[in-house]
Design a protein around this ligand. Sequence first.
Ligand code: ATP
Ligand code: ZN
Ligand code: MG
Length: 308
Amino acid sequence: MNMVDIGAAQAAYRDELVAAGLLIPTGVDGLYGRSGVFEEVVERFDALVTRWGGADGAEAMRFPPALNRRYFEESDYLKSFPHLAGTIHSFGGDEKAHRTLLRRLEEGQDWTEDQVATDVVMTPAACYPVYPTIARRGALPDGGTVIDVFSYCFRHEPSIDPARMQMFRMREYIRIGTPEQVVEFRETWLERGREMMASLEVPLEIDVANDPFFGRVGAMLSSSQREQKLKFELLIPVTSTQKPTACLSFNYHQDHFGHIWDIRTADGGVAHTACVGFGMERVALALFRHHGFDPAGWPAAVRKVLWG
Ligand code: ATP
Ligand code: ZN
Ligand code: MG
């Protein structure tokens, strides 16, 4: 398939999902409501992730889908992914500015001039609020720590691909500790992720990947990330077998976040971090793609894994 065919296949599959009622369109590419059936699959998969990750004794934290703007600024996200960031602005003008806003709105013109940045930005990945939070606690305990998060995330990447949403949910486990602890965590999850997804009887492969760093410097960062094998993805065909979709990601940040927020291990070293991320909508879409739109008709073994 060439790019045009891939685009056509994505649009066709999105139409099918909408016709089946699983995705509820909003008029914006990448922004969907989901049906009760879709949500039940998300919930069952979330519970499955907990079953596989539970033994690690992760500490659960749940944050709203927004981040302290200061943490966001400190995180370097704007250096790497300015094109994906979503910042939250609010009206900051006086009454005169308000009258101007309403007039422009009426005339169908740009009304956003007096919108000013608030103290919050949209969460780009579920793990972002965790690092500054852990840093505030002081040095890590001996074994380091494992944190469990689940959040809506925002990325400005409107697409006709139903698997590339602007707002989607990410469950993550985050390991913070010594390089050895963190590397071992990622190895463990690469294996677990493969087994867990194989139990759902979907075709999958794991491959080295890179993040879409912005611009020319970004291209260098992307290839260095690949060379060092810092990111792996578990890919499942959703709209195309030629270009399968990343449903799980396994990321090793080395001391990037540890350095920014001065997270220290028990022995005083700069902490390393890694995370495993589960794309909840993408996994649900992969299941609908391979087993059909009605979970009642899914293979018995798959139903057993999800519903017990
Ligand atoms: P891709 O290469 O497809 O853009 P990614 O590398 O940006 O994916 P991560 O940043 O590692 O993905 O995010 C963790 C997980 O969140 C991914 O494995 C995927 O399942 C999910 N995810 C990422 N971007 C989207 C999106 N736009 N819509 C839905 N799910 C997403
Ligand atoms: Zn993460
Ligand atoms: Mg991406």
